[in-house]
Design a binder for this molecule. Structure first.
Ligand code: ACO
Length: 331
């Protein structure tokens, strides 16, 4: 039996209007615009305004609605919604179910999924397999984080990095079996979890961290440790993707990378000889939006005509867990 191919029928994204600039952060913590630009490449980020009712739920819903519009579909056409996020309002019910309710997607299945910054790539890989297996006919995939809700703005090591964003797509079967995801990695190493975590209770805080200013519910990060891990892992997953598909850098239209820190992306570019015009960077204006970043980049590239039908595209992400994931698509 030949399995069907998978087509990205539509993409969408959403970012809040409110901007948090480096100058704004200079007024809150001991940092400088120069330091932030040089060490991260970030100039400004978008953050939600909770007083307007904005949150993970609204941003993720807007992104999926935009993807459905782009695909000329409606919520009722979906039979599954996967919402990748570490910043949902509640864990029960899942935000995915509330998104389904808002978009009239009943009786679509729906669930939230946590893989930190790797969330969108984990989710699109899973959705590709479910559509290809024939078990699902239309899946809405969302990667969305409102990191501003878990950032301690007195912690200069964390607050300068993160922003809020959502990216989404709708996957459907395609009669061409060669279309869709042609290589994927969903991996992790839980032994390194302490490098990035959000303690809810005192007992979640790792030993040795006591005595510091610890805000429960906020992200704690070993920035240097994550940086070292990410630089190596980025290169490895891209090399593996090219090796296992037999593709060269020339064959790939775009490498869509998680926007973690511009130095991490530049390091992978230099080591692998990736040209500037094949590695999109938008961290300058959006910061690191965790699960939101890859879907946001993908949508912006597609709407700009830089990803078109037939292109080979490589998605790459890494994040808390520790997690990492890649996905090579014939779009
Ligand atoms: N402003 C000014 N100085 C600062 C700041 C700041 N905001 N933050 C740290 N410094 C100081 C430090 O105190 C240190 O000073 P010292 O040399 O006197 O000790 C110096 O700058 C260097 O600090 P480092 O932590 O080594 O700075 P680094 O170059 O590593 O940059 C950063 C820090 C930006 C956090 C970097 O490590 C990074 O990007 N790490 C990766 C984070 C990441 O990608 N996370 C993604 C996953 S998120 C998820 O999955 C949810």
């Amino acid at each position: 039996m030949t399995l069907p191919g998978v087509r990205i029928a539509g993409t969408g994204s959403a970012v809040p209007e409110r901007r948090l600039t480096n100058a704004d952060l200079e007024a809150i913590v001991d940092t400088s615009d120069e330091w932030i630009r040089k060490r991260t490449g970030i100039v400004e980020r978008r953050i939600i305004d909770p007083s307007k009712g904005e949150g993970q739920l609204s941003l993720a819903t807007d992104a999926l609605r935009a993807a459905l519009d782009d695909a000329n579909m409606v919520g009722a056409d979906l039979d599954l919604i996967i919402n990748a996020s570490v910043t949902t309002e509640m864990t029960c019910p899942s935000n995915a179910h509330r998104i389904a309710a808002t978009l009239d997607a009943q009786p679509a299945g729906a669930f939230d999924m946590q893989a930190a910054c790797s969330g969108f790539v984990y989710a699109i890989n899973l959705a590709d397999s479910l559509v290809r297996s024939g078990r699902h006919k239309a899946i809405g995939v969302i990667g969305c984080d409102v990191m501003s809700s878990v950032v301690d703005y007195t912690d200069r090591g964390v607050s300068i990095l993160f922003g809020d964003a959502a990216g989404a797509c709708v996957l459907v079967p395609d009669e061409n079996p060669d279309r869709g995801c042609i290589h994927q990695v969903i991996e992790g190493d839980g032994r390194g979890w302490e490098a990035l975590y959000m303690p809810r209770r005192e007992e979640d805080v790792v030993e040795g961290a006591t005595g510091e200013n610890i805000r429960l519910g906020c992200l704690r990060m070993d920035g240097r440790g994550v940086f070292r891990f990410a630089v190596t892992k980025f290169q490895q997953v891209i090399e593996l993707a090219l090796e296992q598909t037999g593709l060269s850098v020339d064959d790939v239209a775009q490498f869509v990378c998680h926007q973690s820190n511009v130095r991490i992306i530049e390091s992978a570019k230099a080591k692998l000889g990736l040209p500037d015009d094949k590695v999109y960077i938008n961290i300058d204006h959006y910061g690191n939006s965790s699960a939101g970043s890859v879907g946001l980049c993908f949508d912006q590239l597609r709407k700009a005509g830089k990803i078109v039908d037939g292109d080979i595209v490589v998605l790459v992400a890494f994040g808390g867990g520790m997690t990492w994931a890649s996905s090579v698509w014939r779009v």
